[in-house]
Design a protein around this ligand. Structure first.
Ligand code: NDP
Length: 332
């Protein structure tokens, strides 16, 4: 009988997650049924949205269950198959991360071409992360060449792509905020025109200095004081894509900012939230463009890799603390 290692939710966190909220469990895998495949995972994703799933609240994805395995994006290799659609050796993208080996219904896995991208690229630049950056900027914030763009969480997986896509599509100025000096230096290397560390003082003040002519688009990964700062710097008819609010994910109390929302009236601003999965109709257009940008070295792609399924909880906790530059990946 084949054994597998899974990470379960041991308890729900209050505030910041701790290692005690997770448990590593060894299980016997069931025999494959018709239509199923056995996949040995190569890489898995840890993502900020998983923090929300650790709470027992209704959202656009169901909450994780206590004493049950977590799940999320992963890429693995088919090692046994009872599905005509897959052969042993195929690489597949699927939703049963947080374990080293998984039994899957073939219909819930998608073949990926490892000649076109590494396994982790399909969790990052070529996957949902890249789609989030692209649709948030183009379809949601309605980016136009010449716009001044500000993105928060700019050294992270989504943010670093947003800034580079904006430059590639003709932004007149791109500004990023991030949580360390090293990250700020990396943003300037990636072609951002200006970047600042939000620990260095008021975000509103630092943004106003970095954007003397104001901003036209804000891609919000952080919420709170960053959103308030962006509203203050917004030009007339500015557009804000509400992608994430990571500064609030571990909060145990409601956060007051943005306190200046009423400015949106006179400035005639647009603020629109979005879920990348609702923009699958743009996935083809996105894949083509991203493949070209990566091949032409117009866009660079950073990863922080944590080794071993046992260290997946630590990778997730580290992600929420900013220990990653680019996409946080667990190599299994
Ligand atoms: P990142 O790679 O950006 O990792 C998270 C980063 O958030 C950390 O590296 C850290 O960087 C930063 N961070 C943590 N706490 C704070 C804080 N209090 N204030 C400011 N920054 C903080 O993750 P992703 O690129 O995967 O996700 C970025 C955002 O996009 C998240 O808000 C996520 O929820 C959202 N998202 C939304 C999707 C959608 O469909 N709407 C899809 C995918 C992601 P630092 O060192 O700079 O603090």
């Amino acid at each position: 009988m084949l054994r597998a290692k899974e990470i379960h939710l041991a308890s729900r966190p209050h505030g910041e997650p701790t290692p005690e909220n997770f448990r590593t469990v060894e299980i016997d895998l069931p025999e494959l049924q018709d239509g199923q495949i056995l996949v040995r995972n190569i890489v898995m994703s840890v993502d900020p949205y998983m923090r929300g799933r650790m709470n027992d609240v209704k959202s656009y994805v169901p909450p994780f269950q206590v004493d049950a395995p977590l799940d999320g994006g992963a890429v693995g290799e088919v090692v046994e198959t009872r599905s005509d659609a897959f052969a042993v050796g195929d690489a597949v993208l699927h939703g049963k991360g947080w374990r080293d080996t998984a039994v899957l219904d073939g219909r819930s896995a998608m073949k990926v071409d490892l000649d076109k991208g590494s396994p982790s690229a399909y969790l990052g630049a070529l996957g949902l992360t890249g789609l989030t950056a692209y649709v948030g900027l183009t379809a949601v914030a309605q980016f136009k060449p010449g716009d001044v763009v500000f993105v928060s969480g700019a050294a992270g997986a989504v943010g670093s792509l947003v800034g580079q896509i904006a430059k590639a599509m003709g932004a007149s100025r791109v500004i990023g905020s991030a949580g360390s000096k090293a990250k700020v230096a990396r943003l300037l290397e990636l072609g951002f025109d200006a970047a600042f560390d939000y620990h260095d003082g008021s975000v509103t003040k630092q943004l106003a200095e970095a954007a003397p002519d104001g901003i036209d688009v804000y891609f919000d990964n952080v919420g709170g004081d960053h959103l308030e700062a962006a509203i203050a710097s917004m030009n007339k008819n500015g557009r804000i894509a509400l992608c994430g609010a990571i500064s609030q994910y571990n909060s145990t109390e409601a956060t007051p900012a943005p306190r200046n929302l009423a400015l949106a009236i006179g400035k005639e601003l647009m603020l629109k939230g979005f879920i990348a999965g609702s923009y699958q109709h743009l996935a083809g257009e996105f894949s083509e463009k991203m493949a070209t940008w990566l091949a032409d070295n117009v866009i660079e792609w950073d990863e922080t890799v944590v080794e071993g399924i046992d260290n997946a909880p630590q990778a997730f906790i580290g992600l929420l603390r900013g220990e990653n530059t680019g996409k946080m990946i667990v190599s299994i």
